[in-house]
Write a protein that binds this ligand. Structure first.
Ligand code: MG
Length: 240
């Protein structure tokens, strides 16, 4: 098996309710890359200025992370956001999710994440959530205290239990997944997954439209369902 290529596109949209977009994404736009390609989504918090700044710092760190592993990049982004607060104490309390996917030689995918921005793998008409949300409701579901359906409408559904920028030591989840030609990898902020369930997302991905069309189909579907939060997606197709 030779080196794989990755066709990708990203989209970000403030949604229907919020004036500001506190999400950030890497890369912007669309293209085709060989192995070594990196994609990431960050969902900032801490007031609209702090949220935009925190997710922007995290994504800038990703853009400059050539020599780092995904896990090292998450730790570097964390320290960069903390430094941003030291430089401007009015931003105290800002933080961000960060979900990063690194695409290696011959389909080696590594995902590192903190927070509730997700990575999915679409293969053979179904999707698998690769990441575990670091959120209060995900912990309650895992403990059997509420159902997934209750989690969707829980008043604390947007409360995350881990974030980049809040403390110097963070726990980063890292997973590896071998990819095959035909796979689609989706990174997204919770503005997508709070509006669409996995079945809805899978249906859009299974249509098989090209990445540039599909990312906006996902954004449009989340907006049609209410668009209550900023919506950000990166879709990466594994192509020969
Ligand atoms: Mg969000």
């Amino acid at each position: 098996m030779g080196p794989m290529r990755y066709a990708w596109a990203s989209a970000t949209d403030p949604g229907k309710v919020r004036k500001h977009n506190e999400d950030s994404v890497y890369p912007r736009d669309l293209g085709v890359d060989e192995s070594g390609f990196i994609a990431a989504v960050a969902d900032g918090m801490g007031g609209h200025i702090g949220g935009e700044v925190a997710s922007g710092i995290a994504i800038s760190t990703v853009a400059d992370s050539d020599h780092l592993t995904p896990e090292e990049t998450l730790h570097a982004a964390n320290l960069a956001v903390i430094d941003g607060i030291l430089d401007n104490p009015r931003l105290a309390g800002m933080g961000t999710t960060l979900t990063l996917a690194s695409f290696g030689d011959q389909g080696a995918l590594t995902v590192a994440h903190v927070g509730d921005s997700r990575a999915y793998l679409a293969r053979d008409g179904t999707i698998e959530q690769l990441t575990t949300d670091h959120s209060m409701v995900a912990e309650l579901v895992a403990a059997g205290e509420i159902t997934p359906a209750q989690a969707k409408v829980h008043p604390y559904r947007s409360v995350i239990t881990r974030a980049v920028g809040l403390e110097r030591n963070i726990e980063v989840d890292v997973l590896d997944k071998p990819l095959e030609v035909g796979d689609r990898v989706l990174l997204c902020s919770d503005g997508l997954t709070s509006m669409l369930d996995d079945t809805n997302i899978s249906a859009v991905l299974a249509k098989g439209d090209d990445v540039a069309a599909t990312v906006w189909e996902l954004v449009d579907a989340a907006n049609a369902a209410g668009g209550e939060d900023n919506i950000t997606v990166v879709l990466i197709d594994v192509v020969e």
